[in-house]
Design a protein around this ligand. Structure first.
Ligand code: 2RA
Length: 353
């Protein structure tokens, strides 16, 4: 009958996209699917591949008989429940930050290091943070040829990186400023939000996001770094297998609903031309190269959202830095950045049962 797949967090922002991905998959290796969520969401009905399933409440017994359990839930929920799923015999594929830097948990991007899925002493495999993930297919492909040495990135992260609360907040802020002439005077966007009853204290973002950019994502870490910036550094090193990779990241939230973008400045051990990079990107099944600025062709979140591939463009040889490329990537943070990558790992595992 095929292996049993569980989805924990089936009703959240990423879980909802996961259901969409499962419904769109051409091949289907699974014999049974179980949708799992908090007791609050249990009982909801969701259709997966033509079958209406009832969402089950998270409990140890729901993992009995499960082969692969995908987790799209907050860190603390994964930290508690993924080991329970593993104890009950499932391989947990976790999209939270709870286990990513654990030496006994592989951190997998199928295009880059699929060979690592078998080495999972804890029965847990981690999915990278969406910001890191958006650039991994392109950097992994270049690293194989030219050996990556240094990486400087700036992110342009969408509101949905903060989950459904982030999406809801951005729409509410847009509604509050729509049709108003604000954004010309310091503080007038804040005033417009307050006038519409939107308190900054209730926002998942530390400043207004509509008509703005916010140079912050995640929580405060030592020396002024944001957790998101350290994730980019640590996860890139682990996925690419370059423990001493020099990385510096600045993470910025932008008023985009879904799709993260990154400006990447990557230095290699060997010289690399734009033509070589184009050829490498064009050969990757999960990358779409859109790089014709003379005709206004480059990736933008508005053109990329809802798609599976990572889009790459604006590829340039850095003028003042040897062996260095600058380029721009866009990836749907809920799909390849989260649900799709998790599902691709699960699909790899399905072949092993
Ligand atoms: C964000 N990368 O965009 C995070 C979500 N995991 O906030």
């Amino acid at each position: 009958a095929g292996p049993v797949l569980a989805l924990v967090g089936a009703t959240g922002a990423v879980g909802t996209v996961m259901v969409d991905i499962m419904n769109g998959r051409k091949s289907w290796p699974w014999g049974e699917v179980r949708l799992i969520a908090s007791p609050r969401s249990a009982g909801k009905k969701i259709t997966v591949r033509g079958e209406e399933l009832t969402v089950l409440a998270l409990a140890p017994e729901v993992f009995d008989g499960v082969d692969v359990a995908m987790f799209d839930v907050p860190d603390e929920v994964s930290a508690h429940w993924a080991p329970i799923a593993a104890e009950r015999g499932a391989v947990a594929v976790d999209n939270s930050g709870a286990f990513r830097m654990d030496d006994e948990v592989p951190l997998v991007v199928p295009e880059v290091n699929n060979d690592k899925v078998g080495a999972r002493p804890k029965g847990i495999i981690s999915n990278p943070n969406c910001t890191t993930l958006s650039m991994m297919a392109s950097l992994g492909a270049l690293h194989r040829e030219f050996e990556l040495k240094e990486l400087v990135v700036a992110s342009y992260q969408a509101a949905s990186g903060a989950g459904q609360d982030g999406i809801d907040r951005l729409y509410a802020e847009y509604a509050a400023v729509a049709g108003k002439e604000v954004g010309n005077r310091a503080g007038d966007v804040r005033e417009a939000l307050a006038a519409a009853g939107l308190s900054q204290d209730d926002s998942p973002f530390p400043a207004p996001l509509a008509l703005n950019v916010v140079p912050w994502a995640g929580s405060l870490k030592a020396d002024g770094w944001a957790s998101e910036e350290l994730k980019v550094r640590n996860e890139a090193r682990k996925i690419l297998g370059i423990p001493d990779l020099k990385v510096s990241a600045t993470c910025v939230r932008v008023p985009v609903v879904t799709t993260h973008s990154l400006a990447v400045h990557a230095t290699f051990a060997r010289p690399v031309t734009v033509e070589q990079a184009h050829a490498i990107f064009a050969a990757q099944p999960s990358i779409v190269l859109v790089d014709d600025p003379a005709n206004g062709q480059f990736p933008t979140p508005a053109d990329v959202v809802g798609g599976d591939p990572t889009y790459v463009g604006r590829v340039r040889q850095a003028l003042d830095f040897p062996n260095t490329l600058d380029f721009f990537v866009c990836g749907d943070n809920l799909r390849k950045g989260a649900a799709l990558n998790t599902y691709e790992i699960a699909e790899t595992l399905a072949k092993t049962f």
